[in-house]
Design a protein around this ligand. Structure first.
Ligand code: AMP
Length: 398
């Protein structure tokens, strides 16, 4: 890595400002409903505490848009962190001001402090220099471990680095960049991308960037139907982006030109609409009835995709194969996750780009069976698009 990492900086006895991504879902009773992002930050926090550093953790949660919204407090995250670390965590109900300064000055080596939601101040998302400077003043060095927010140039991800001497990547940030970076820069081949989700429009830059790097692209989800329409097929009531048909045609011809195997579904699960008690049928893609819509990939597609995946040495996956929120349309997505687990066991590197595909992997009980599941849906998508993430670019060069 060309940027400083946590292992390059002196932690002992120093105030270490750490941008973590504790943007976790909360239950109706105000408890952390899914702690995977907190768990993912533990190696960095533990390292600082074990080395006798003083960890000052900062994060956002939700979109309070510059207001103090109590339902978006980080207090529940402090509680969960406390039980995960098995030691007390001091929580201050602000991220700046005299209470924060006092708590920081009282912090002892090996202790940890979590500050309140950064986005209670709109200066955070505005990347306000004064706000960034005040945050920077809390630490002697800065560690960014919030991969999920690295695609945003905010005060706590980008601005802060201008006012502190050393800014380094934490272990989670390093791991995310290692897997995603390796896939783009030096993948073991065959390298296969699986793309799904609702629309082509959200994935067009990823498709374009990956087209130059992969050996095969497997397309599932709602976006497949705009490609089918571009090929002149009847798609019934399936999701269509009519303003993207020309784009779909261009992608198809670019794939042919570059000799990238571009695999679309062979069969689909159709129904009138996506609901739990829907009557479903499997039809070939030449036979989608005019009054029905395709809501998942069918078994022949799963078979064809699995054959392609069985040969792969590196796989990147972003987007579900169907409306996986309903069991009736989740089989395609779950089967893809299972195939990825199988090939991982045989030595392939499998990377899931966060968001819906990561939830599907968790739902299938396979989250420990794949090589890497990104904690940042938006950030990993931008990385795969080939964009520079401002939160990473701003770290100190080695
Ligand atoms: P995205 O955010 O673009 O990755 O899209 C994720 C969403 O795509 C999920 O909520 C799925 O329910 C939805 N989706 C997947 N397949 C289809 C489909 N065939 N028709 C409509 N929506 C779909």
């Amino acid at each position: 890595m060309e940027k400083l990492t946590i292992d390059d900086i002196e932690l002992k006895g120093r105030n270490i400002l750490v941008r973590v991504d504790f943007n976790v879902p909360l239950s109706e009773t105000g408890e952390v409903a899914d702690d995977k992002r907190i768990v993912a930050s533990l190696p960095t926090i533990r390292k600082i505490l074990q080395d006798g550093g003083k960890a000052i953790l900062i994060s956002h949660l939700g979109r309070p848009k510059g207001k103090k919204v109590p339902e978006m407090s980080l207090a529940p995250a402090a509680k969960r962190l406390e039980s995960l670390l098995g030691r007390p965590i001091r929580f201050v109900n602000d991220c700046l001001g005299p209470d924060v300064e006092k708590a920081v000055s009282e912090l002892k080596p090996g202790e940890c402090l979590l500050l309140e939601n950064l986005r209670y101040y709109k200066e955070e998302t505005d990347n306000d220099p004064e706000f960034a400077k005040k945050l920077a003043n809390l630490g002697e060095a800065f560690i960014n471990d919030a991969f999920g927010t690295a695609h945003r140039a905010h005060a706590s991800t980008e601005g802060v680095t201008k006012y502190i001497k050393q800014s380094a990547a934490g272990y989670l940030m390093q791991k995310e960049l290692k897997y995603l970076g390796m896939a783009l820069a030096d993948p073991q081949r065959p390298f296969v991308a699986i793309l799904g989700g609702a629309k082509i429009s959200g994935k067009i830059d990823v498709i374009s960037n990956l087209m130059d790097k992969v050996d095969a692209i497997l397309i599932g989800g709602g976006m497949a139907f705009t490609f089918f329409r571009a090929m002149g097929k009847e798609i019934g009531k399936s999701l269509l982006e009519s303003d993207k048909i020309d784009l779909a045609r261009e992608i198809l011809s670019k794939a042919a030109e570059k000799k990238v195997s571009f695999m679309l579904p062979r069969d689909v699960v159709v129904a009138e609409e996506a609901k739990e008690d829907a009557a479903t049928h499997v039809v070939g893609i030449e036979a989608i009835p005019p009054d029905l819509q395709g809501l998942d990939i069918g078994p022949k597609t799963v078979e064809a995709f699995s054959r392609e995946l069985a040969k792969a040495k590196t796989v990147v996956w972003n987007g579900p194969m169907g409306v996986f929120e309903f069991d009736k349309f989740a089989a395609g997505t779950i089967k893809v996750a299972e195939e990825l687990a199988r090939i991982t066991e045989k030595g392939a590197t499998t990377i899931v780009g966060g968001g819906d595909s990561a939830s599907a992997v968790a739902r299938a009980g396979l989250k420990d069976k794949l090589s890497h599941i990104s904690t940042g849906g938006g950030a990993s998508l931008e990385f795969l698009e080939g964009k520079t993430l401002p939160g990473v670019a701003a770290l100190t060069d080695k």
